[in-house]
Each structure stands twice: as C-alpha cells, then as structure tokens.
Design a protein around this ligand. Sequence first.
Ligand code: NDP
Length: 397
Amino acid sequence: MSKVLIIGAGGVGRVVASKCADNPEVFSEIMLASRTLSKCETIAREVGKGRITPAQVNADNVQEVVDLINRFKPELVINVALPYQDLPIMDACLETGVNYLDTANYEPKDEAKFEYSWQWAYHERFKEKGIMAVLGCGFDPGVTSIYTAYAAKHHFDEIHTLDIVDCNAGDHGKAFATNFNPEINIREVTQKGKFWENGQWVETEPHEIKKVLNYPNIGPRDSYLIYHEELESLVKNFPTLQRARFWMTFGQEYLTHLRVIQNIGMARIDPVKYKGVDVIPLEFLKYVLPDPGELGENYHGETSIGCRIRGIKNGSEQTYYIWNNCSHEVAYRETGTQAVSYTTGVPAMLGAMMVLTGKWNGKGVFNVEEFNPDPFMEKIGEHGLPWQEAFNIDLEL
Ligand code: NDP
C-alpha cells in the first residue's frame, strides 16, 4: 500500500492516473499534479474512479515540488510532465528522500539535445540518500529496453545486433498532428540520425537511411533510421552489441509537413521578437497543432513496436523478434487516449508497481534494462500490453 504522486496531466498522465486508480492494492493514494489544475480535475473525474486528488504545481520550481511532496508524502514520484522538468523534479526527490521514475530523458529547453549524462550525474547523490531513480520507463525507452534485457537473459549467450522498430500505422484523420507533445516530438524527429556500430556512433543526415520493413498484422511501411535515447544506455549496459539502431515509420505526408515546418522556421527554438514580445516558434506551433491527448476519438489502426535481435546461443547464430501491437481504438475505449499515450503510460504505472512492491530495488539512478525483466514481463500483458515473439526468422535488417 503506497502513496504515489504523478506529475503531468497530458495524454500520458491520463493513462498513468487511470491505471494507478485501477490497482488500489498497490497505489493506495494517488495525487495528480500539473501546471494546469483543471486538467488534473478533468482526469480525476473521468478516469480516477474517485481515487485521485488533483493538485497544481509548477515543476520547473524545485521548492514548489518539495512543498507538494512534503504535504502529500508519497513514496514515489512518477514524472510524466516534459523532459525539461526531469532535473527539478529529481532535485526535489533528493531533497525529500523520495523515489523517482520518468519516461523521457532530460533535455535543456534552449538546445534540441537529449542525453543521459545530466541524469546519470545524480547517481551518487541518490545512492547516498538511499533512494532510487528509474529512468525511461515508457515504451521506447522502457518496454523496448526491457525486451532487450529479457532477450539477453533468456534467449542469447551474447547479443550482437539490436534494431528497435517503431511503427504507428494509425490514422487520426488530421492532415498533421504529433502523437505526443509536439514540441518534444518535432525536436526528436528533425535531428540528425545516429546509430552504434563497432564501438562508435555513426551520424546520418535526418531521415537519410530508409528501409521498407514488415510489421506484424500491418504489413510493409517506410521506416527511417533516427536516433533515440535508449540506444545510449543499451550499448553501455549490453557491451556485446556490435550494432544498435532505431527505426521509426513516417508517412510521406508527415515528412512533407515536417520539411515545410523546418523550412519556414517554425521548428526554431530560439526566441523571435513578434510585436515586441519574445516568441519561440516551436512553442507557438504547439498551440496551433491538435492536442495529442485529444486525437483518440477518431484514431483507427494500431502501433507495433518491438526489438529485432541477432546473437549467439549455444555456439550458433540465432535471431529473435519480440513486439507488442496496440490498437488505438481499444486504448481510447479504456482510457480516453490513443495508443501512443497508452503504450507509454501503462509501463510507467507498472514500473512504479515494480518499485513499490520491491521487485525492482537499488539505490542510485538506473535505466530500466538494469533491473530483472521477469516480474515486469509477467505482468505487462495483463495490464494491457501483451507481447509476442518469433525465433529464427528473417529480421529484414
Ligand atoms: P503532454 O504535453 O500531453 O503533457 C505534458 C503535461 O506536463 C501537461 O499536462 C503539461 O501541463 C505538464 N507540464 C508541462 N510543464 C510543466 C511544469 N513546468 N510543471 C508542471 N506540469 C507541467 O505530453 P505527453 O503526455 O504526450 O508526454 C508526457 C511525457 O511522456 C513527455 O516527457 C514525453 O516525452 C514522454 N513520452 C515518452 C514516451 C516513451 O515511450 N518513453 C512516448 C511518448 C511520450 P499543461 O497542460 O499546463 O501544458
């Protein structure tokens, strides 16, 4: 029986809140806090089953988070606000001695760059304080990292290549929309590609490398090599990896919009003076694009995200593919959000459950693949994200 504080009332926050409310035997009391109180109140009313206390907090302000933690006294803070808030929330957890979990690594606001160095730097301080931080417990990063750990533990003596394949074959009926926070999403997909090969990082131009990959129950889709944050921790934690890459599907229409947004300067993150006021084009764009949390109603189709792995077992080469397909309609019926928020929120809730029930423990800062994958894999299906696997197939990669 534990108290949990969820910070962030967007699409992902809604799913985490709903799923925590479904599991009172672990989450005995739940507080949902965010910048806009009314969003917390709406979520509490619509999916909280009468078990969620809404609250207001500006998580950029460490003292505000400290005060909220001292008032509510949670055992764990689940951070599903934006990556910019990771460090202030970690600071507040350190000050109050409370465990921390998130789904995306820290990004500075003024530079489109994400890496774990900032958060890994908290390891010794979390250890000394006797608390833990779980980093990247969404789907990717998150489940894909746990799939990798599970494969390495049960199906290989050594893993040599890893390709994380992320397909969204859904259709929301809009000309252009992002599936999670537009600002973070556009910063992620417009940067240069990068992958790990033979002990070093290889950089590519954005969307330079494309392959047509086949996804279960979906079929062939154009898939582009992009850089994604879990690659950084996975190559560190699985040093036998000779190559690690991340592929994401994009339709031509999406890429055309993205190119136009960049070409006309709307992806800029430096301030522009407009009628005497500093405006950051990408932040403004977020306000005119559809809210990802509200795409769910007309979203059809499904996502398919998984890991394709090659390695050695008992002296011979083996291939392995593990994946989950998630229907936008089913996710929406259950939580009122589309599958991208759902596939992020469910693992965040389950990771929190792992921490609060002592299945995952340790003192310091950890990426999810450092924990025992088995208790998580045993439960993830019953919470809505069942997995499938195939052995010795053509990985296409
Ligand atoms: P949204 O933009 O829908 O929601 C973010 C929420 O955080 C909003 O409610 C926002 O408040 C709140 N927020 C922003 N700034 C502050 C602040 N300073 N203080 C308090 N609250 C704040 O994003 P999503 O729900 O789509 O995504 C949430 C997180 O999940 C992001 O970090 C994203 O990168 C991550 N993610 C991870 C994935 C994975 O698989 N690992 C996949 C998808 C997303 P307000 O409503 O007032 O704007």
